[in-house]
Design a protein around this ligand. Structure first.
Ligand SMILES: *Cc1c(COP(=O)(O)O)cnc(C)c1O
Length: 367
């Protein structure tokens, strides 16, 4: 895996530049920075003017703090255990609050330390996952505001259908969510320290500036991929390439079955290249026989079942491929490029899943 911090930085800068007046960029670096390496991409995004970082879990936040990152960090998953919330306070990570129980626990923990505990509240506008019910927001918010040791920094919700995979329904569902969001934020208190309200993920951000509010939480686009797949004028640069080496060349007659299940049978005398990468590295088996590798500006078909540690390319028409050749499975080679979307077009994967599916057996090289 070759990761380009320069690409992440430039994506962050382009995204920041294109936000509505007064809105700022939170770089979402959960799941090890969507597989790119959380610390590397967090630092790159901050250089590109991200104002904060979003993670899903407590250990993800701690990892960034241990790497010396001082920017505000929001933990977007729900922390339900006292120990987790204590750790959050200790490491100066902002928890997401959605129940009075959590308000009570956080206040009690902060009371013991004499420190203020910055928190954000989350409410559900149509995702039916994290956050409190809409009707509970006023109570929850006043409970936080009236807690001596809590500092309410923000309030947010999450879009369920802003990306391009749901044509037809996306616009109306997203609009309904926004209307609910509007209704709630109108009821929020005007504190001296103005609340940061935020709604948009990458898709919402790229869809329309009306979703930008005070901040946007951008993951996928930060890594160079546009989830709404319409030209939106922001030059996003993919930050990841996945390459592997040909370890063996075989020449086999016509009519032989290749790999488990013989899903591919040679139709001619064939030259096969075995590449040392497989589904244990994150190349999903569901892509078997449906993807290509790039070599010297040409696309080479992958054939047969992708196995745990190996996959096979048909290099009969690519005599220049030899043992030691490095092929590109994802990313750019000359003028050719293979994107996560190309894999999604031939499987039921989604780009998010492709990116965070790469396993730690693959070395990450920072380019
Ligand atoms: C993961 C996540 C995001 C980022 O989503 P992308 O589609 O990758 O931009 C934003 N907000 C929340 C709450 C998330 O969990």
């Amino acid at each position: 895996m070759e990761v380009s911090p320069a690409a992440v930085e430039s994506n962050a800068r382009n995204l920041s530049r294109n936000l509505a007046e007064g809105s700022s960029l939170m770089a979402v670096v959960k799941a090890d920075g969507y597989g790119h390496g959380a610390v590397t991409v967090a630092k790159a995004a901050l250089r590109g003017f991200a104002c904060g970082l979003g993670v899903a879990t407590l250990p993800e936040g701690i990892q960034l703090r241990k790497a010396g990152i001082r920017a505000p960090i929001l933990v977007m998953g729900n922390l339900s255990q006292v120990d987790e919330l204590r750790s959050c306070l200790h490491w100066e990570l902002m928890p997401t609050i959605s129940t009075k129980r959590e308000v009570f626990l956080c206040n009690q923990l902060a009371n013991g330390t004499g420190r203020n505990f910055p928190v954000q509240v989350k409410f559900d506008t149509g995702m039916s996952r994290l956050g409190c019910e809409l009707g509970e927001v006023p109570d929850l918010v006043s409970e936080i505001v009236n807690s001596s040791y809590l500092n309410l920094k923000g309030a947010y919700s999450h879009l369920a259908m802003a990306d391009g995979s749901f044509p037809g329904k996306a616009a109306s569902v997203t609009q309904q969510q926004q209307e609910k969001f509007q209704d709630v934020i109108r009821t929020l208190p005007h504190q001296p320290d103005r609340l940061c309200v935020h709604l948009a993920n990458s898709a919402g951000t790229l869809r329309d500036p009306k979703f930008h509010y005070d901040m946007v939480r951008v993951g996928l686009a930060l890594y160079g991929h546009n989830p709404i797949q319409t030209g939106c004028g922001i030059g996003l640069v993919p930050a990841l390439a996945v390459k592997a080496k040909v370890t063996l060349i075989r020449e086999v007659p016509q009519g032989v079955g290749v790999s488990y299940g013989h899903l591919f049978i040679t139709s001619r005398f064939s030259r096969l290249a075995v590449v040392g990468i497989g589904y244990a590295d994150g190349i999903s088996r569901s892509l078997s026989g449906r993807i290509f590798a790039l070599f010297q500006n040409r696309r080479i078909p992958q054939v047969g079942a992708i196995t745990m540690d190996q996959l096979v390319l048909d290099v009969t028409d690519h005599q220049n491929v030899e043992v030691g050749s490095v092929v590109t499975l994802l990313g750019k080679d000359g003028d050719e490029i293979i994107t996560p979307q190309d894999w999604c077009n031939v499987s039921d994967l989604i780009p998010w899943e492709v990116l965070c599916g790469f396993k730690h057996r693959l070395p990450r090289l920072v380019a």
